[in-house]
Design a protein around this ligand. Sequence first.
Ligand SMILES: Nc1ncnc2c1ncn2[C@@H]1O[C@H](COP(=O)(O)OP(=O)(O)OP(=O)(O)O)[C@@H](O)[C@H]1O
Ligand SMILES: [Mg+2]
Length: 457
Amino acid sequence: MNAPTARAARTEYVCSDCGVTAPKWQGRCDGCGAWNTLGEGMAVVGTAPRQRPSRPVGRALTLDRIGDGADQVRPSGITELDRVLGGGVVAGSLILLGGDPGIGKSTLALQLAARVGVAGAPSLYCAGEESAQQVAMRAERLGCRLASVAVLAETDLEAVVAAVVTTRPPLAVVDSVQTLSASEAAGAPGSPAQVREAVTRLLGVAKETGVPIVLVGHVTKEGAIAGPRTLEHMVDVVLYLEGERHGEHRLLRGVKNRFGSTGELGLFSMEASGLRQLDAPGRAFLDETSLGVPGNVLTVACEGTRPLVVEIQALVAPTPFGLPRRTSSGFDLGRLQLLIAVLEKRAKVRLNQADVFLNVVGGVRLADPGVDLAVAMAVAGAARDLCFSARAVVVGEVGLAGEVRRASRLEARLGEAEALGQTAAVVPASSRKPSPAGLRLHRVATVAAALDLLSEG
Ligand SMILES: Nc1ncnc2c1ncn2[C@@H]1O[C@H](COP(=O)(O)OP(=O)(O)OP(=O)(O)O)[C@@H](O)[C@H]1O
Ligand SMILES: [Mg+2]
């Protein structure tokens, strides 16, 4: 706990960006160098510097005398979440969970809290956006063990800290970090200085008490977690819950993890009883009715370590006038434009007077370059009105020279395709892997060679 702060008599000016104070107004902040962040209107009555309790001098230990901490990892039992976390919740870790409004952040956080807590030692759920009754209603709908979660409807940072320090729950959730108000920082709750103060304080509490803390965070229009840019550096784990809000699937992506690999994907479906994990996604991301149409191609993406069979759909239509449009959902637009240029230059597919629309079925966002060739074949197939076999998958990265490059974890991808009953695969010629029993492999060295495999439906 902090020593109580005494109010100083004089007025100070506080930087809204970093919280550093100045005795009088100045254009540039001494702390972060930002201009015009100390406005006259931001003048607040200053507080005396925090009195730090005297501490013993820290003693360093050689690594062999420090345990590896394996016993501090606590699996939550939600395997899709544990996979992204790197095995489970690590004691004393600070986990940031971001996602679009209404995507299911509070649902996931509550389900996790209920799994980790037990009657007698419940998890602590600090609700800043909802009342305790609303959280209880959701918990009932989700079928949570109600005695395993204690709810605190509170937005004051010090009250949240006090609750964590005194009760030492097995897990604490702060929903959301943008609603916390820190009396020691300037600005309204949710402002960069407030969020930074709240996260710094909770980081200290997590490390001191060993209580893992999940911070639910809002995202900005650009998709980044709202708050100071340094926020993601301060926490141990950053997770994003993605998906189409009105769709059924939700994907939990680990973008930073100090205790496990990043890029891992957890798959869930949103149901009335909460998020249900999809251990074996299988054909969940396929739309059987649309296969066999020009522009539809199956691929096996590898997000993290998991192979996932997904369907890519492209539509190419003449540009009515002016500049051709290119839109993409679930795939990077810049990468799509690059592939369109490769198709134009290296495979003579005319697209300069055509609108190109690309969609990855099921709301999956693909960051894996191993799906490049499938995207190129989908666009070329749509442009030329040619089909590709619904029983085949396409895997390979595409280079600027139109060459097809090796994709990572090809064996795992082909294994998944075979398990789902596919009979053929287009793969890079450079890969020398033997073909799995049930798959006929077409090895291609260039995009142009791959397009020869398209045929009239
Ligand atoms: N009765 C219900 N049946 C099925 N799904 C529901 C039901 N109630 C809510 N949901 C789902 O839960 C989602 C809201 O979940 P949740 O409140 O956890 O989202 P959130 O990310 O915390 O939202 P916010 O950003 O507003 O805090 C809804 O979009 C809906 O998909
Ligand atoms: Mg919420």
